[in-house]
Design a protein around this ligand. Sequence first.
Ligand code: ATP
Length: 379
Amino acid sequence: MSRIQLQSVSKKFGTTHAIHDVSLDIADGEFMVLLGPSGCGKSTLLRMVAGLTQPTSGRILLDDNDITSAPPRQRDLAMVFQSYALYPHLTVAKNIGFPLRTRKMARQSVADSVARVAALLDLTPLLARRPGELSGGQRQRVALARAMVRDPGAFLMDEPLSNLDAKLRSATRTELIELHHRIGSTFLYVTHDQVEAMTMASRIALMNDGRLEQVGTPTELYDTPRSTFVAGFLGAPPMNLLQADVVSRGGELYVEAPDFWVPLGISSAGVADRSVTVGIRPERIVLNLDGAGTPATVVTVENLGSEELVHVLVGPNALCARVSRPAGVRPGDTVHLGLDTSDIHLFDRDTGRRLVWQPEDAADLDTTARETSIPVLTS
Ligand code: ATP
């Protein structure tokens, strides 16, 4: 069991500033997923926790002990790589037992530990085979077994499923979730796959260009993205984002873009007009065929099997709606978009940060709410 803390960690490779001042507290037993696009610094962060890369500044603590400069072997952590890194000439049993033999554990104890972990991961029938005689998923399980055999406090995993085909990936994902429930260890897991992150994580740390963009549960990131980056990263297809203005009309605030306006249900007293980016999840748009809502022209319809993606134009703006099949519309049709005010996300046009309506009693909000709120719709 392990708590991992990163305190103001930065990493420079020559002139490349790979990690900027990252602080993250990973609780004992948590499944923390580091998510983000290619090159955002996920692997570098994981490697610093593993001790394979030295931070330029900052501290890393394991159960309150400073391990920033400790060599990898002295950290109670096990790493599972994308490439599995198995020894091809050794049997599965020998591969799994390798970390124990290098620690000079007695032969019988090694055999017992290997048998225990192999049984846990359904590898018992494969113990005499060599890695070349295994499927990708089985090799991945052997790599996991080798990491588990030492009973580490935490597992560090770098895209461990990325070499698997879609079906195996989904099955192994489920196995990992079950494994985490069963053993209760801390998992720090790197991926650029949002489905892995959404399904497995207790919390996601979404990274962008070496910085933490948002840390929270999958639901928090999906439902209340802190920025247009988060809004555009999570979701398939991602949130629709369009340039608009918040304006006052008859004492009420409206979001307006060409051929598009939605009341926000907020009094405009003392609130200045401002430029915003509006976000709407594709699955939150209702296609009304009876003439109620914002008029739009259908451009294309994509059949996903269970659902359809209907791409429409509202004035110059392209929007995507994700609706059940069949939507009963064709390119060129006019439809009306039903939008609920509560499904409208607002972001500052310049900074991309989320805007929230912060009422006058904002002082009563708890600290987290105040920190994540940007009180700009108020006067
Ligand atoms: P991916 O998903 O593609 O693996 P990542 O998010 O894991 O990407 P990192 O591998 O951590 O990203 O890389 C972060 C940045 O640091 C990138 O700009 C990368 O080019 C740079 N970088 C990583 N390792 C080194 C190194 N050893 N020397 C120089 N630059 C490096």
